[in-house]
Design a protein around this ligand. Sequence first.
Ligand code: HT7
Ligand code: ZN
Length: 861
Amino acid sequence: PPVIRREDYQPFPWLVPTTQLDFRLGLEATTVTATLQVERNPAAAASRELCLNGDSLTAQSVTVDGAPAEWRMDGPDLIVTLPGEAHSVTIVTRIDPSANTQLMGLYASNGMLCTQCESEGFRRITFFPDRPDVLSTYAVRMEGDANLFPILLCNGNRTNAGENGDGTHWAEWHDPWPKPSYLFALVAGDLVANSKPFVTVSGREVECNVWVRAEDLTRTDHALESLHRSMKWDEDVFGREYDLDLYNIVAVSDFNMGAMENKGLNVFNTKYVLADPDTATDADFDAVEGVIAHEYFHNWSGNRITCRDWFQLSLKEGFTVLRDQLFSQDMRGEAVKRIEDVRILRAAQFPEDSGPLAHPIRPDSYREISNFYTATVYNKGAEVIRMMRSMVGVERFRAGTDLYFDRHDGEAATCEDFIKAIEDGAGIDLAQFRRWYSQAGTPRVTVSQAVEGDTLKLTLKQTVPVTPGQPDKLPMPIPLRVAVHSRGQGALGEEQLIVLTDEEQSFSLPLTGPDPVVSINRGFTAPVVIERALQREDLVFLAAHDDDPFARSEALQELAVSHLVGTASGSLAAGEQAAGEAAIIGAFRSSLADNALDDAMRGELMVLPSETYLFEVMATGDRKADPGAIHTAREGLKAAIGTALADELNALHARASAVTLDDPAGRGARKVKTIALGLIAAADPARAAHLAAAQYDAADNMTDRQGALMVLCGLDGPEREAKLADFYARYRDNALVVDKWFTLQALSLHPDVIAHVRQLAEHPDFTMKNPNRVRSLHMAFAGNPKGFHKADGEGYRMVADVILALDPINPQTAARFVPALGRWRRIEPGRAALMKGELERIMAAGNLSRDTFEQVSRSLE
Ligand code: HT7
Ligand code: ZN
């Protein structure tokens, strides 16, 4: 497959001011008639040819201005010869949605028809300039069987509808806002809506609907309320008002990602719409709110201002992730949300940035754009914009985003346009900062300190690691919020923002008293790795006393990371092992006893670093990560904490079990309850099994029930089998909860997890055709460090088999499994050879999709 390069961008030679689409809908045969009004683009090099992208399409007819056209195929694309300045081009195609297992373009899901066009799905519906910089106004007519498809939805507003008298009916839709083809959407099915109008800041009433199957209607209130909260927040915080009279959300059960921001007609994975306390956990509720917000915020950051080309993806995704993170911080509390977001960044993006698939947030080239919907483009992209916000402050940042929205409204813009608008609007020079857009790799900042009179000299040194295709790196501006505390006096220093711009730079900071302890990268102002040799008692001090809650949790993480990596690599000096363990236990004890903490924050302080993140830290320099040793060390620490703090943890579990409130306190209690249970299980499995079974039986909500079952899944014994059977029997008709049942078993700490996953893959409810189900079993297993990294390579073999079996069905989802194997270079040699061997086996199988081929070949380079 050819490589597409950012530097090769050329504007499209034709403009398409209007597009008329006519759909004759059928599950097995849909006929599409597309009429494009085209005119020469004065800003592009002239061409007599109009190249329309296609993917697996055959044109039934092509006419220009009503007469047969001169046309030919160029691979999958259709080339029409156009003699004049402006023409009307009409093309008829026929497609089979029921055969579309890739779930891109028009496909059938659970008896309904729906679309997914980002990034290049529209070309599977009709021939079209399927690129984000060709904006067109769409008018759509849909017609189909009134019984099968009583509801017909499209972008914009419904302008007309009627019955044909032969059992079919039709609807016409018009979207007044010009849009790229990737934002087109259509849905036809038997759906019902939960509706509630929203009145915008200027007093316009917007009809908001959440469309689902009738049996799911009772689980839609949270989604609808989340939409209203998002609409209000975007008015208040970013000054953005909604611009249509209708906002439709449709839930579908077969979907490759989380959701899609199509103009006025969002299509959602059911997972991010449906929620009630019996079937969804507190975390599921948060995820629904976050994804609803994310798609809504795209209406401005993505739809009103879209991307010039797919290299600019972070323009809309990074910015929109930042907007949804800030929204969730405002809804749920800043500190806990920030800790969660950083945990995700470290678990998903840091490994990407240090592996064979590392790329800048604005990539330079790709073969298959679907492979670039990554944690780097999304989450690191959000961090990069967050740094701009930290440097200029909230008000000036708002001035910058106001200018961006004003200046580029209605355009297909670039990341450079965004940076320039922030520069002009916020009044900051971002010349050097632009390197964050072009350089991949997570910078490492080494910290050293020296007392000089009444100041502390802080010396920082940055290195940006070598990444594929980028051997030489330049220093980047790294904003860091810092404070110098005094351990001796127990005094807390003032916070200030410093910006490291050079490779090495010193800063003079005021001292607060003796034994200075630097609290650095507070709030995680920069997505970097901080390297410093802090004394254990300094970390314990920060963990107990830092006034920045993020820094407090960070100190505990640092304590645990250095202890666990030291234990796993066998590098701890005699006595260090016990001292490190004691310090961590002491810090946990303080958190458990600290009445000033709420349970939500206490829970965060009780989460140990993930094994994936520990691999990252262990694989530094020439040292490789040893998954077996990391797992043993981490489980050992859990057991030590569980043993030393048995009384406190049992008391916490009992206290939290008595809380039945449906408010933030209740949520916090549910969170710490299961965390406590997990630690008790590591120390005393029999007691934990008993407590977990009781928690399961007493549960009146999914958070408690799932938490109890998660702990039981890792243990042997009759409770495990009984509760798993009960859970399945109770929820067998609810696909999203059956997904949980698969996931709990695939993620479990049980020694036979591989055998369990093999059996579950044969379960009558398992299918490779539904991405949620594939993720619930196989993706969960690929994220289970114990099972996946089994020393004999059986876990790797199983994941490689999944990739090979899934690739012909759904290449996008298949390719998403590759990075797990692609990390082989950072793993100890025995396992690395096995992982690499599986990648080679996939490659040798041949006939791979573009998606999987690109990921596997880059992982082997
Ligand atoms: N912008 C949306 C991306 C998306 C997508 C991309 C590739 C294939 C399928 C997809 N479904 C949705 C989602 C978002 O970031 O909001
Ligand atoms: Zn998005």
